[in-house]
Design a protein around this ligand. Structure first.
Ligand SMILES: Cc1cc2nc3c(=O)[nH]c(=O)nc-3n(C[C@H](O)[C@H](O)[C@H](O)COP(=O)(O)OP(=O)(O)OC[C@H]3O[C@@H](n4cnc5c(N)ncnc54)[C@H](O)[C@@H]3O)c2cc1C
Length: 357
């Protein structure tokens, strides 16, 4: 997106004092809401505009459906690792101090099919507590090594409503509305000069964004109700299989699958059966071969994925600054609060330039 031509209608009003000029966030998923919370805690007024709000359920609203585990991603840059590390710090604090946030500390077991590559998830040992290499007797025979550590899981059925309440209590405002463009927002909020695009997959269709790198990536999980829900299992290698505990909902999430450009809202029972079978092979002590039907339910959501990875950058468009934070695919929760803190710094910088000319 290049520099936009500035004309009088595009110029933010100078009449509204800095302290009352809201930062406008498009999108109320985990990225928009975590950012709103952190901005409000730093003294910025915030308005979120979104078609789906915390508590809503639609397959296009990814944040309602995530696992959502904190797992140190392999193959990412040092900058991205740091965003995950900051997220870990926030989640840990919430797990200790705000049980209503739905964040819990659990054990993690990660089994690797191949010896770790140079850029593997082993960097997580500097962040997660109790990191330990497993002895060969502690991982299944068909794996080459493994780790155990303590990690954090976020139950979105608690965390999104928690964020909704927290944002409102801090003075943030939600407006439920679908927009066709960022330009529509500029006209709705002529007094604002900083806009954050946290619209997830919406960035593919917003008229003045139309990011062709964005693509929908369907996820489908099985929720299995069980009391045995304090350990995460992660198969790291050819097969993409996990068992993510959700202690506050009394069960585990079994996955996973990634289906590019598939928007089907209905659970595919062949996929569900395959996920149960894979989860059973990975964690037979938690997932039986044939769980009772009434202990099972199904989760379907669209990950807002982006070729080349997510955007986290600032653009000056005329007199406004637009911060883009979308395309988090399967990692939006693991990056969330690190991204939120990075956006707070970017907003500070943009507003400083607006205020101190
Ligand atoms: C099955 C599944 C399992 C997952 N597991 C994990 C996991 O274990 N760990 C993890 O970190 N992540 C996981 N994820 C990924 C995670 O859910 C996403 O990365 C994250 O939710 C993306 O958040 P977001 O705020 O960017 O987008 P979303 O949650 O999709 O929110 C987008 C927001 O923008 C709004 N919006 C979009 N367009 C418009 C418009 N034109 N007008 C108005 N509003 C608009 C929407 O209404 C919504 O409020 C999983 C996802 C799925 C589907």
């Amino acid at each position: 997106m290049g520099e936009l031509q500035q004309h009088p209608a595009d110029t933010p009003s100078v009449g509204v004092p800095f302290a009352q000029r809201p930062i406008i966030i498009l999108g109320a998923g985990i990225i928009g809401c975590a950012t709103a919370k952190q901005l409000l805690l730093n003294g910025f007024p915030v308005i979120l505009v979104a078609e789906f709000l915390p508590g809503d359920q639609d397959i296009r609203y990814a944040s309602a459906w995530a696992g959502a585990a904190w797992h140190p991603a392999g193959g990412i840059s040092p900058e991205w690792r740091y965003l995950q590390a900051i997220t870990h710090r926030h989640l840990l604090r919430m797990a200790h101090e705000e049980p209503e946030s739905g964040v819990c500390i659990v054990d993690a077991l990660e089994y690797l099919e191949q010896p770790p590559s140079a850029n593997s998830s082993v960097w997580g040992k500097a962040v997660a507590s109790k990191w330990r290499d497993l002895l060969p007797s502690e991982y299944p025979p068909n794996f080459s090594c493994g780790w155990s550590y303590e990690t954090l899981v976020t139950d979105p059925t608690h965390h999104m409503p928690y964020l909704g309440k927290k944002i409102t209590a801090l003075g943030g405002q939600f407006i439920q509305k679908r927009v066709d463009s960022l330009d529509q927002l500029y006209h709705l909020f002529p007094e604002s000069s900083v806009f954050i695009n946290a619209s997830g997959h919406g960035s593919k269709t917003l008229i003045d964004v139309q990011d062709d790198q964005c693509f929908p990536e369907r996820g489908q999980n099985v929720f299995y109700r069980t009391d045995n829900c304090r350990t995460m299992y992660f198969r790291n290698g050819r097969e993409y299989t996990y068992v993510i505990p959700r202690p506050m909902s009394g069960g585990v999430v079994l996955g996973g699958v990634k289906q590019a450009d598939d928007l089907s809202p209905d659970p595919d029972m062949a996929i569900a059966q395959d996920e149960i079978a894979r989860a059973h092979r990975l964690a037979p002590e938690v997932v039986p071969e044939s769980p009772a039907d009434d202990a099972l339910s199904y989760i379907v959501g669209i990950r807002p994925s982006r070729k080349g990875g997510f955007r986290l950058d600032a653009e000056k468009l005329g007199s406004r600054v637009v911060l883009s934070a979308y395309g988090f695919g399967g990692g939006g929760y693991a990056f969330s609060y690190g991204v939120a803190d990075a956006l707070v710094k970017m907003v500070e910088e943009a507003e400083r330039e607006n205020v101190i000319l």
